[in-house]
Every structure is written in C-alpha cells, then in structure tokens.
Write a protein that binds this ligand. Sequence first.
Ligand code: PRP
Length: 175
Amino acid sequence: MQLPKTMISEEDIRKRVDELAAQISIDYADKDEIVLVGVLKGAFIFLADLSRRLSIPRHIEFIAVSSYEHGSTRSGAVRLVMDVRRSIEGKHVLIVEDIVDTGHTLHYLIDMLKSRNPASVKTCTLLHKEHKTEVDVEIDYLGFSIGDEWVVGYGLDYDEKDRTLPYIGMIDPSD
Ligand code: PRP
C-alpha cells in the first residue's frame, strides 16, 4: 500500500505547533485559564499536541458538529452533534480546528459559543484553505495556509482513512 505524498512533514508540524503554543501562552499569560474547545473528530491530534505545549493553565473540552450534505456537496448548514460539558460563561475560549475550508463550521461555532457570554472567543486552526472561503471567519492562530489539495493525516481523514498518519499528506480521491 502506497502512503500519501508528504505535504507538511512531522518536523514542520512540530515546529509550527511549538510556535503557536508559545504565542498563545504569551497572549493569555494574564488570564486565569484558557478553555480549549477541540472540534471532533479532526482536531483531536492537534489539540493533544498544542495543549501539552502551553505554559498556561488550560481546560480541555470537545464539541462535535455535522454538515448537512446534499449528495456529495455540502449545503453549508451545520448542526451540533455533541456539546461541551462545562459552562463557558465568563471563560476565555479558544476553538481548535484541524482545517478551515469553506468557513461554515467555524462561523457556526463562533456564533454559538459567543451567545453563551464567554469572556472571549478566539480561533486556532492548523490548516486553512484560503481560496475555498464561502464565509469569512476570523482566524487568530494559523498553522499553515494550503491550496485546494485533499489532505489527510494528523487528524484529518478521507472516508475515515489516514487520520493517524503522523504528517499531512496529499491524496487524489479519484485514485
Ligand atoms: C472538517 C474539519 C472542520 C470542517 C471544516 O470536518 O474538521 O470541522 O470540516 O470545513 P468547513 O470550513 O467547510 O466548514 P469533517 O466534517 O471532515 O469532520 P471530521 O473532523 O469528523 O473528519
């Protein structure tokens, strides 16, 4: 079985996650705690690595959403499948995503979490497909901007395959 071609190596991911964690630790240094909200499933590996490199008090939560699909295309509508367990009222929230593609998922999550009166809501994503944007969202911490390639690994899947690859790989789904 052939492995997907490397787009971002393990080493480059590690360096970038270190940089992001250092920046987040500086930016939140005067806060009591940060609540990291990982978006399942894709963000589970990025969240695990990022959270362990922070030098500030943190609390981990997960949330799961699902996109409505019409055949093979997504409608842009998003629904909540699993909520965070603890109230975020008065908390500093950082949403952690593996990838922002059209922006619909992050847009939905920002709106929903902001409506719960947190102290702040910011966003962090490992990958961003800039020219796939359909709805603008503010990305406060970005790992890498990428093109329109189909990417897998480090939490991202193609039909549930390749999520646990240690690097970000590119595949051609028509192969
Ligand atoms: C991916 C990714 C984001 C979303 C981004 O999740 O993890 O949550 O798509 O897409 P958007 O910007 O177009 O809304 P996916 O639906 O593949 O689920 P998974 O994380 O469980 O694999």
